[in-house]
Design a protein around this ligand. Sequence first.
Ligand code: UDX
Length: 447
Amino acid sequence: MRIAMIGTGYVGLVTGACFSEFGVDVCCVDKDAGKIQRLKAGEIPIFEPGLDQLVEGNVKAGRLSFTTDLREGMAGADAVFIAVGTPSRRGDGHADLSYVYAAAREIADTMDGYTVVVTKSTVPVGTGREVEAIIRERRPDARFDVCSNPEFLREGAAINDFMRPDRVVIGCESERAQEVMRGLYRPLYLIETPIVFTSLETSEMIKYAANTFLATKITFINEIADLCEKVGADVHDVARGIGLDGRIGRKFLHPGPGYGGSCFPKDTLALVKTAQDYGAPLRIIETVVDVNDRRKQAMADRIVAACGGSVAGKTVAVLGLTFKPNTDDMRDSPALDIVPALLAAGATVRAYDPEGMDEAAKLMDGIEYGQSAYEAMDGADAVAIVTEWNEFRALDLARMKKLLKAPVVVDLRNVYDPKDMRAAGFEYTCVGRGTDRPARAASEAAQ
Ligand code: UDX
């Protein structure tokens, strides 16, 4: 089988490389000639574990190629995937679909013979129908079907998520197109992955419902964490205690500085807007967006409080800048709010991140950088762990204590055990582990 993948961003590149690993002939198409040039030379523009070998192997095997020419990419293709960006539109938070619709027009002008047109990008409900209408209008004669096939890939684990997904969702109403999609995902049938066929609208809705549900789960545990601190409970035990109930599930109950990344913030906002447009507001998701936004400032306040109420003239070492570990992605990272808030409060911020510093330097001014976690904390008044990179889980505590001017650690990802940290002599603050504080009696609180 053969496919064209339009867009060599995160989703397009990972999906294209993974399909080629499934034995499909994949041609990745992008307008950015420089990017295609670099990909042809074997340079991978993003940091994703395992992607470079996957691309290299499949290019060598002749199953994966790159071009700027859509006609070349679509020649003889059974399906063409649209994996272009759908950023939040400035001003109103709606997803910007101009790239998707431009791709639809180009596909219409290029199409030759029966083709399945698949939307892979996250698109609001109704977009697949619109893509269909755009193509039909330009090419009334064309033989094609439009499918929605949302991605559920996590950055840092995307290849495994593609190869061994919990499920694949395909919004597709034609038998012929279903046949093509089944052929593309054939290896997943062998490992008995559930493949869910739905209507176009349902599939588009599944993607948003999944991401907003997960964002809600994180926001829920973050608020429970705040309450745990007040009442003297440990949020990790609470998460385990509720998560073992199969109806709740243990995943995505890790508290932290608020969700970030390229998907959750954008998708929660876009669904809120869609729901408002349809006159069916999603009040829970509206609140999730609001609570998550406020959380980032609250995390900066927590660092200031740990420094005795002021960071003016103090140096805070910030460990981790990316929105999560194993990526260089800074999009909507909590650090983008926390660091400027510290700077505005008069702190000097000395940051270290294993992969994110180049990107961070483009997005934020006024930060000093260390070349290691230890360099960042040398002489600092406090250290704040903002992203849970593995290398921050095993820091040499004695060395840390010697380097820091004051032994203040604010662990926004709960990578350390409060008992160990306090035993080692640190003034340690984390998230939601209030067990060593005396709980205020309910009767006392009521007074
Ligand atoms: C997410 C979805 O998981 C994926 O299915 C979708 O297609 C794209 O968006 P990703 O953005 O790569 O993937 O990251 P994910 O691992 O889901 O984390 C998102 C954010 O939530 C991160 O900022 C992370 O730190 C935070 N998070 C996640 C928590 O704070 N607690 C958790 O328990 C889990």
